[in-house]
Write a protein that binds this ligand. Structure first.
Ligand SMILES: [Zn+2]
Ligand SMILES: [Zn+2]
Ligand SMILES: [Zn+2]
Length: 136
């Protein structure tokens, strides 16, 4: 079975290869929260977590890593909201599965990975300073 989480080495490779332009920002100062849920102004908080979440039903799309996950830098408040959103998504899928008497809806449509709990979408949460020791 394929690993669903990034190893240390893969995190380092990701920083080195997939985020080269961001890498410069991490020298000496912390990047801002990248939450996309704010229509008007971007979130003003500093990022405190590096979060890897499965791009459910579109995990072969743009901007995902080799595991079909989005990697984003979020502040505590926006990370909490993301977790709530993911839990609601899982609950909605669970409800549909019960109503339809099938459990196809408890899978990612794209890669058929099971989605029975929020942990199967929220694949890793790491402290920013753990991932970028020089970026704090
Ligand atoms: Zn935020
Ligand atoms: Zn936010
Ligand atoms: Zn998938």
């Amino acid at each position: 079975m394929m690993a669903e989480r990034l190893s240390e080495a893969q995190i380092q490779a990701l920083i080195a290869s997939e985020l080269p332009d961001l890498n410069e920002q991490f020298q000496g100062h912390r990047t801002g929260c990248q939450c996309a849920a704010h229509d008007d102004e971007p979130c003003p908080n500093a990022a405190v977590y590096v979060i890897e979440a499965h791009a459910t039903d579109e995990c072969k799309g743009d901007g995902v890593n080799e595991f079909g996950n989005w990697v984003s830098f979020l502040c505590h408040e926006c990370a909490t909201e993301l977790v709530i959103k993911i839990c609601l998504d899982v609950a909605t899928r669970g409800l549909h599965a019960i109503l339809s008497g099938r459990d196809e809806s408890l899978r990612c449509e794209t890669c058929v990975a099971p989605i029975r709990s929020h942990r199967e979408i929220l694949r890793s949460v790491r402290r920013y300073e753990e991932v970028f020791p020089d970026g704090a």
